[in-house]
Design a binder for this molecule. Structure first.
Ligand code: ADP
Ligand code: TRP
Length: 332
């Protein structure tokens, strides 16, 4: 049996760089899958066009996100790591897949409904955003992925991708692979520094990984902890202090953490001390990756060559799928 094929895309929609939620909810598992099968990862620059209209920003975000992932452990010797727009078969497959999904199914998709819920005018939502599940399906099906690791917010999109593949295969024969979705349960949604909502760059409740130390320090010190606690001597509830959960996720010494939690309950430690401790741990945890990121950023030509070499590998696979799809629908 051929090895399992994993595929996932990263929308380079932020100039702030990756945050702890991205790392725990996505990057860590992408890195781990490299040892378990054949992996295809890409920067979804075509997707970013539905919200970023500044060409400089599109180019910079794409490049910087690629560097972030390399620094965090994606290794082109162990996976194929490419840029979506370098794969011309993807938009061609998307055009064909448009015919495998109904308008009413598309109307149920989150990405677009979330925008509406946030007050966007329905008339102003562009077709790129509305249609992005079809582009995402093309991303996945072009590579005949077996499994798609994503955060819970993307689950619905992978499910509709399965349905498109199913519809295509019913019509034209067994050409496309219906992928399974993989969600990492225990960190399905990392809570942000507001202590309430999912960590997200757009909510400003994130802790970034590659920003300068001062920025990271500010983000950590802005964390909202147990609101009922006014003085360090007030008893607190560790479950209401999100820093303890970050410590758990990032392998902070368990005995020390339990001791802090115990003192927190008794009102024998201040929030500032815990924040300082976590800040130091955070920088130590990401020290190697931050150094590697700086080293990679100094070699842009090598990075561009790496992108090209990976696009060649990816195109070999996607072009084969496109040929099969074209033949199946009658375009040959
Ligand atoms: P953001 O919500 O900050 O805009 P993205 O939507 O770009 O982040 O997410 C990129 C990846 O990181 C996705 O796989 C997503 O599910 C994951 N992710 C983002 N935020 C979190 C979080 N708070 N907890 C777990 N995973 C997350
Ligand atoms: N839509 C995903 C996100 O916003 C990114 C993405 C694009 C993706 N194409 C994909 C993820 C294909 C998995 C598979 O995070």
């Amino acid at each position: 049996m051929s090895p399992k094929r994993f595929l996932s895309g990263i929308n380079p929609s932020s100039s702030k760089g990756l945050h702890l939620g991205n790392y725990l909810g996505a990057v860590q598992q992408h890195v781990a899958f490299q040892a378990q099968g054949e992996c295809y990862y890409f920067i979804a620059d075509l997707h970013s066009l539905n919200s970023i209209f500044d060409p400089r920003e599109v180019a910079d975000n794409t490049f910087n996100t690629y560097l972030d992932f390399l620094a965090l452990g994606l290794d082109p010797d162990k996976c194929v790591f490419y840029i979506e727009s370098d794969i011309p078969a993807i938009p061609q497959i998307q055009t064909i897949l448009n015919n495998c999904v109904t308008v009413s199914e598309m109307n149920r998709m989150h990405a677009y409904k979330d925008k509406l819920a946030k007050g966007a005018d329905a008339e102003a939502i562009n077709m790129g955003l509305f249609n992005y599940p079809v582009l995402m399906a093309a991303d996945i099906l072009a590579f005949r992925a077996d499994a798609v690791p994503v955060g819970r917010d993307q689950q619905q999109h992978v499910e509709i991708c399965r349905e498109m593949a199913h519809t295509f295969n019913l019509r034209y024969g067994d050409v496309l692979k219906e992928p399974e979705v993989l969600i990492k349960a225990d960190v399905a949604a990392v809570i942000g520094t507001d202590g309430e909502r999912k960590m997200s760059k757009s909510l400003g409740n994130d802790i970034t990984i590659f920003a300068d130390e001062q920025t990271i320090r500010q983000q950590i010190f802005a964390t909202v902890t147990d609101r009922n606690r006014v003085h360090p001597t007030d008893p607190g509830d560790p479950d209401k202090n999100v820093l303890f959960s970050y410590m758990k996720f990032l392998g902070y010494d368990e005995t020390k953490r339990r001791d802090y939690e115990d003192r927190y309950r008794r009102g024998a430690v201040g929030d500032v001390e815990i924040k300082k401790e976590f800040f130091a741990h955070y920088l130590a945890y990401f020290a190697d990756q931050r150094a590697k990121r700086a080293e990679l950023a100094a070699r842009p030509d090598d990075i561009r060559a790496m992108m090209q070499a990976n696009a060649v590998k990816a195109n070999a696979v996607a072009d084969q799928t496109l040929a099969d799809v074209r033949r199946a629908v009658g375009l040959d």
